[in-house]
Design a protein around this ligand. Structure first.
Ligand SMILES: *Cc1c(COP(=O)(O)O)cnc(C)c1O
Length: 397
């Protein structure tokens, strides 16, 4: 079995993945799958995507040797993959630009997406503006209240934000509503998924678009140090920044890969977002994976101080990698992530996203117990400007 298994057929990764959707959505997914397969074989599509990644997103993002952070931890050399320097400040744009380009190729006029904290909504609205497309974003009514600045941003970019008032009025309800809405307008609308979740082909497609992170890291690490990293660390919400940086190293068994979930207020508190570490196999958002659920199989709301990790599921391919022990996993609490946030800000003058701060905390701990000739790469998935209010609030507590 190769590492890139089972992307034939319906996208099963062992028992995980698949397409658990209403029959009415199947033709739409088959269309996206066919269009994507066709696009990846077309050099013109790849050229256009590469051009956008370079000139619009600002790639390649640097691989930065964080020497003061390294000295403070006193072990392996820590390098930061600077996805925070991308246009819009995170890795999500790598995939929304790719999907928008695919949508355009399919002749679609409108993009739609669901969003929790609004980051994926903003990335999708950005791509829609870039391609001159309409954009509909589905968002829980409660989240709309909590994330007013991102709602304004989406509206400025020309998107229509639809308030979802069912259930708990949060992300999982917005996901269900988005799937329902897609059925009714699939003719001219492309559904943009923000992470490596959802029904096939989304997990594979988003992983492919995000793998640019790992390909660059490989090249940059070799040219800067003459070797590959000993450990790569990435946070896991749905898993796209982790899948993107891990995938090009999957066959390199000597390169450790550590995925970091959000332990929130502690796994034992029940208030966390650690779907692999503490979830059970179930179905969410059209695919089978590890899901946070109660005894009756009802989806639970996740908790994390970082909005981007606050997702009760995880991409099916990551679930499979975890099962096959191709990656290691751990979970980091809100408090430890906050401490890492401050540490990097003061030591390097880089304000990281709270999501990325989870990976940083785990990386700093691991680096401290590794010899100085070792190399640890942290995927700095985004910048922390969006988190200032949360961090200031936590400081008062
Ligand atoms: C959305 C987000 C994440 C989590 O999403 P993944 O799909 O797990 O990568 C992590 N970091 C940042 C900055 C984000 O915006």
């Amino acid at each position: 079995m190769t590492c890139d298994e089972a992307v034939k057929g319906y996208g099963h990764y062992g028992v995980f993945g698949g397409r658990y959707v209403a029959e009415t959505l199947m033709p739409a997914l088959i269309d996206v799958d066919a269009a994507y397969k066709d696009a990846v074989q077309d050099p013109a599509f790849q050229r256009e995507l590469d051009g956008l990644l370079a000139d619009y997103v600002g790639r390649p993002s640097p691989l930065y040797p964080a020497s003061r952070l390294t000295a403070a931890c006193g072990g392996a050399a820590i390098y930061l993959k600077r996805e925070d320097l991308n246009h819009t400040g995170a890795h999500k744009i790598n995939s929304t630009v790719g999907q928008a380009l695919l949508a355009q190729r399919m002749g679609k006029k409108r993009l739609m997406a669901e969003t929790g904290a609004g980051q994926h909504g903003v990335a999708t609205a950005t791509a829609a503006a870039l391609f001159g497309m309409e954009c509909d974003v589905y968002m829980g009514a409660l989240d709309i209240k909590r994330q007013a600045p991102n709602v304004r941003r989406m509206e400025l970019l020309g998107a229509t934000v639809h308030a979802v008032r069912s259930g708990t009025e949060t992300l999982k309800d917005a996901m269900s509503e988005a799937m329902r809405a897609w059925v009714t307008q699939v003719q001219d609308t492309y559904y943009v998924i923000g992470t490596v979740a959802g029904p096939h082909p989304y997990p594979k497609m988003v992983r492919d678009f995000q793998s640019v992170i790992g390909r660059e890291t490989r090249r940059q690490c070799l040219s800067k140090t003459g070797r590959l990293p000993d450990l790569i660390v990435a946070c896991i919400g749905g898993g796209s920044n982790a899948a993107g940086i891990f995938h090009p190293f999957l066959e390199d068994r000597k390169v450790g890969k550590l995925g970091v979930e959000a332990a929130g207020r502690g796994i034992e508190s029940g208030e966390h977002a650690a779907s692999i570490c503490a979830g059970r196999v179930g179905i969410l958002h059209g695919s089978k994976s590890f899901v946070l659920q109660n005894g009756d199989g009802q989806i639970l709301n996740a908790h994390s101080i970082s909005a981007g990790l606050d997702y009760p599921g995880v991409g099916p391919e990551l679930a499979r990698w975890a099962e096959r022990k191709l990656i290691e996993l751990c979970a980091v609490t809100d408090d430890d992530a906050l401490a890492a946030f401050h540490r990097l800000t003061r030591l390097e003058g880089i304000i990281p996203a709270l999501e990325s701060s989870h990976a940083l905390h785990a990386a700093m701990q691991r680096a401290a117990s590794m010899p100085p000739e070792n190399i640890v790469v942290v995927n700095l998935s985004g910048r922390g400007d969006k988190d200032l209010a949360t961090v200031l609030e936590a400081g008062k507590a």
